[in-house]
Ligand binder design. Structure first.
Ligand SMILES: Cc1cc2nc3c(=O)[nH]c(=O)nc-3n(C[C@H](O)[C@H](O)[C@H](O)COP(=O)(O)OP(=O)(O)OC[C@H]3O[C@@H](n4cnc5c(N)ncnc54)[C@H](O)[C@@H]3O)c2cc1C
Length: 51
């Protein structure tokens, strides 16, 4: 079964940005009957509070 067929009939959700808000939303949708895609302009998540 290819990717298209596997997700036929389900919603497709694109979450733009992979910051705190986006990752929280993606986690909340883990059990949703949807294909979730998270897109960020960077390829990593970093949070460095000031010293
Ligand atoms: C220096 C500093 C220190 C902080 N310290 C604290 C702290 O100690 N405690 C605390 O609670 N909060 C702190 N904050 C605030 C906290 O970081 C923010 O409130 C929180 O990160 C906001 O989350 P967000 O999901 O809205 O955005 P972000 O976490 O900023 O995520 C946004 C994401 O969207 C991506 N993005 C943006 N534009 C695009 C685009 N066009 N296409 C694709 N991807 C895109 C970015 O790359 C980023 O990954 C601090 C903030 C700063 C700047």
């Amino acid at each position: 079964m290819n990717g298209k067929a596997a997700h036929q009939g389900t919603h497709r959700v694109a979450i733009i940005g992979a910051g705190f808000g986006s990752l929280s939303a993606a986690q909340a949708l883990t059990s949703a009957p949807a294909q979730i895609t998270v897109i960020d302009r960077k390829n990593h998540h970093t949070f460095q509070p000031p010293r």
